[in-house]
Write a new protein. Structure first.
Lengths: 436, 437
């Protein structure tokens, strides 16, 4: 049994539900549980870039009588209060572990109270027992894509134009408030799309709102940046015929390919002058930043990040820096049609180790036995890698790292420039890595 | 509509001290026993703690400790986690509990292994204690169970009291040692360097244990040797009562006082119980504190404040504030204890009658602040919101680790000092709020 002394208990689907809903501005979350659970959440939001659930998350303040008698008065009073005081467009009722165990029927409460409430209500009854947080995020994505997104082709504009569908408009599906480095990465994705003349309709679900989600079908393409967004994209495709493209651009080649693929799907041509200007500014190779005596091809690197980050970083390091990561750690198996393929996803040879959901001891042993020069990972990975000279925060949870400034992307052309410059600076700060 | 009409004036407080809820939808609400206990048991040396609960509680417990590790008051990493799944709820926890205890015992070799339950354990209703009794003979560590069901109460008190009471199980009958004392209810590694410890030390009184701060199990075993328990918070009181009943250990109880007169009175009570004379030392310290109080009055008189939670005697702190001319307009309180009444009466007699309220919804608290528009906010409140309203935040955290006159000196210092960075934050928030620069 992994008692998680040096690791962390994996957050459950309950957290995924909270995080996926928290990026929707005019939606409030009411959880049915004791206030202790809600109070505790102030901490877990704090470790995600010092965010706060204030004004977003509320508790019904369940007490012993509610548990013993299965009483639902408090949650109904809380719903009415939120509806009348803050006028949200939606209220999500979220179960906690206790609600789930006593089997309170959230859907039944909604059916009873919805006629008297202005906000649309949505139930999320799993209560943390369905699996890890990715399942909660997928549950929210699926619910919103299935039940909230509307068919824009049937809408009529005030000027009687036939449809709301907007050409060269995309939704970005995948980022939620827990996504590592989300501010910089989103800024870079939006910048690159802007260079191509493409507008972002909404980000599902970061800095979005209920209307933007309702109008998702207005976009001509869905860009999925995280495997947990694939199901929602498939639902939107099935319901509205919106095509989707899955990928996160890492490195120069990955970024140019990403732009070319999107341009091709949308039937637009890439401006060669723009591409040239971008490459001149951000496309500098690692070979242009190190000198002839600084060898880097012997460097051992470990990457411990979710699938999309791991595969992108591994490919960039291998193809553009000549550093082949020797250890890849995934916190969860990848989701979707592109099932895990060592060769396709990571270009891994037989001597490269791939760990999926390892326990704390396995991870600790793997890192100490390979003795890497570089580790990309979350705060816990970096804690157990204390002796590794170059340790780079690159995954959630990052309780000791802030990434609020929007100029430190990992993705896109600026991401390539930032990562390449950063790694060379860190190598120079630890010159012993050039020697052994 | 603000919550002002849902709040009481202090003079309107009912005899039972109960405060009406100000909101049905609560944020953040009171924190729970599980969190409080998980944050406390690392203070016991040579111990580990197994936390049994759903991932909701465990993940948050781990993060809280990690956040704490980045502060001036980190806690040792002794938490171990046992995640309850749906299957455990359906088929029972006992096998998992047994396995985890044996594993923790064999891998970490603790002297004491705390077993901390969560709401879930209590709701499912399996007989946890019987299960532990069965395991106990096969484990080297002493097993101490702490129940922390939060849904049965509105705060952390029962769980923290249970934590203190669990330590009683380690204690053994001892011959009493004259001129010794334990301090109960001080939560810091610096407890032995406090004014209280120094003053007692100067009179030959040795502090045996500061419970729960960094005692070993064997030190706790010998705790009944002390002549006196000095109890500084309500959580330690049940343990003091148990020690009095079983071992005859006398105790004096007072939460942290703030006014110089109150501190003097408290020291007199401690001194009398230990049969020592502290009057000269106390008089010196009191004089020094009163001098700073005068300085504070000169600097702050005429200002108003709102108090958001403090350690110690909240109404004695309010009285201190009133003494320096800072009017407490409102006080956020979770519970009013019977021992608060003398302070309440004294405050009312001084003509101070603040609004008292439960802070059920932080957004509403913000609205109340906006209406009351105090100069100072004392306690933990979001700094950007305060800056937007032009209210100066004062966090008394560093005074929480002190006791006696030194604590009040620190409070006065903090009140007179500008929080670093606050001017820049107010500048930014003002522009954001008004749209003008």
């Amino acid at each position: 049994m992994d008692l998680k002394h040096n690791g962390f208990p994996v957050p459950s689907d309950y957290f995924g539900v909270l995080w996926a809903l928290s990026g929707i501005k005019d939606l409030l979350i009411l959880e049915h549980g004791s206030t202790g659970t809600c109070n505790y959440n102030a901490f877990n939001y704090m470790i995600m870039n010092r965010q706060s659930p204030k004004g977003k998350l509320f508790s019904s303040g369940m007490d012993e009588d509610d548990v013993v008698m299965g009483r639902d008065v408090k949650i109904k009073e809380a719903i009415v209060e939120l509806d009348h005081k803050y006028y949200p467009k939606m209220i999500a009722l979220v179960a906690t572990g206790v609600t789930s165990v006593i089997g309170l029927d959230l859907q039944g409460i909604i059916e009873e109270i919805q006629p008297t409430i202005n906000a649309r209500m949505l139930p999320f009854p799993s209560g943390g027992f369905a699996g890890d947080y990715t399942i909660g995020i997928r549950e929210v994505f699926g619910t919103l894509a299935r039940d909230i997104a509307e068919d824009c082709t049937k809408k009529v504009r005030s000027n009687d134009a036939p449809s709301w569908t907007k050409p060269c408009t995309v939704n970005i599906i995948g980022p939620t408030i827990d996504s590592f480095n989300i501010i910089s990465d989103l800024a870079e994705l939006e910048r690159m799309l802007g260079l191509m003349g493409i507008r972002v309709n909404t980000v599902f679900t970061c800095n979005t709102d209920v209307d933007a989600i309702k109008n998702m079908a207005c976009a001509s393409l869905n860009l999925v940046t995280r495997d947990i967004g694939l199901e929602a994209a498939a639902i939107l495709k099935e319901r509205f015929g919106t095509p989707y493209y899955y990928g996160l651009p890492f490195g120069v080649k990955g970024s140019i390919d990403w732009m070319k693929d999107i341009a091709s799907i949308l039937g637009i041509s890439l401006d060669k002058g723009m591409v040239r200007a971008e490459l001149e500014k951000y496309g500098f190779s690692i070979l242009e930043l190190v000198n002839f005596l600084q060898n880097i091809d012997h460097l051992r690197a470990a990457i411990s990040c979710p699938f999309d980050y791991s595969s992108g970083l591994a490919e960039m390091m291998r193809d553009e820096w000549g550093v082949n990561p020797s250890l890849i750690v995934l916190p969860a198996s990848p989701i979707g049609p592109q099932r895990l393929n060592r060769e396709a996803n990571f270009g891994l040879g037989k001597d490269v180790r791939l760990l999926i959901e390892p326990d704390s001891w396995t991870l600790q042993d793997a890192i100490s036995s390979m003795n890497p020069h570089i580790v990309y990972g979350n705060s816990y990975d970096l804690q157990i890698s204390r002796n590794v000279p170059i340790r780079i925060h690159a995954a959630f949870p990052a309780f000791d790292h802030i990434y609020r400034y929007d100029g430190t992307p990992f993705v896109g052309l600026r991401g390539h420039a930032y990562l390449t410059q950063t790694i060379v600076n860190l190598l120079n700060q630890n010159p012993e890595v050039f020697r052994n | 509509m603000s919550i002002e009409n849902k709040c009481l004036r202090l003079s309107e407080l009912p005899d039972d001290g109960s405060l009406a809820a100000t909101a049905h939808a609560k944020y953040p609400g009171q924190h729970c026993s599980f969190r409080a206990v998980a944050g406390t048991v690392p203070l016991i040396k040579n111990s580990y703690a197994l936390l049994f609960g759903p991932a909701i509680c465990l993940y948050n417990a781990k993060l809280s400790m990690n956040m704490r590790s980045l502060t001036s008051d980190p806690r040792p990493n002794n938490l171990l986690f046992v995640n309850y799944s749906q299957d455990d709820i359906i088929f029972g926890f006992q096998e998992k509990v047994r396995e985890a205890i044996h594993q923790a015992d064999q891998e970490y070799h603790p002297e004491v292994l705390f077993l901390i339950t969560s709401c879930l354990q209590e709701i499912v209703g399996e007989d946890f204690d019987a299960c532990i009794d069965e395991i106990r003979p096969s484990v080297k560590a002493k097993l101490l169970t702490i129940h922390t069901e939060n849904f049965t109460c509105e705060g952390a008190t029962p769980g923290v009291e249970n934590m203190f009471k669990s330590l009683f199980e380690l204690m053994k009958e001892q011959p009493q040692e004259e001129r010794t004392a334990n301090i109960l209810g001080m939560w810091t590694s610096t407890a032995r360097k406090t004014e209280l410890a120094r003053l007692l030390g100067s009179k030959g009184i040795r502090i045996k244990n500061v419970i729960p701060s960094y005692c070993t199990p064997s030190e706790l075993e010998a705790a009944p040797r002390a002549q006196l328990n000095i109890v500084l918070d309500q959580y330690g009181l049940p343990l003091a009562r148990m020690m009095k009943e079983r071992f005859g250990t006398d105790y004096v109880y007072s939460r942290k006082p703030y006014q110089p007169d109150s501190i003097e009175e408290w020291y007199q009570e401690v001194a009398a119980a230990l049969n020592i004379d502290l009057s000269a030392e106390v008089a010196d310290l009191k004089k020094k504190t009163e001098a700073l109080q005068e300085k504070a009055r000169a600097a702050l008189s005429g200002m108003t404040c709102v108090v958001f939670g403090t350690s110690g005697r909240p109404f004695d702190l309010a009285h201190l504030l009133a003494n320096i001319g800072v009017e407490p307009k409102a006080m956020l309180l979770q519970t009013i204890l019977p021992e608060d009444w003398p302070d309440i009466k004294s405050l009312l007699n001084a003509g101070v009658d603040p609004i008292v309220f439960q802070g059920d919804n932080s957004l509403q608290n913000e609205e109340l602040l906006e209406e009351l528009s105090p100069d100072i906010s004392i306690g933990a409140f979001e700094r950007s919101s305060l800056a937007r309203m032009g209210i100066r935040p004062v966090v008394l955290l560093t005074s929480n680790y002190l006791i006696g006159f030194e604590s009040t000196l620190e409070v006065l210092r903090l009140l007179m000092e500008r929080t670093p960075g606050i001017e820049a934050l107010i500048y930014k928030e003002k522009i954001l709020a008004s749209g003008e620069c």
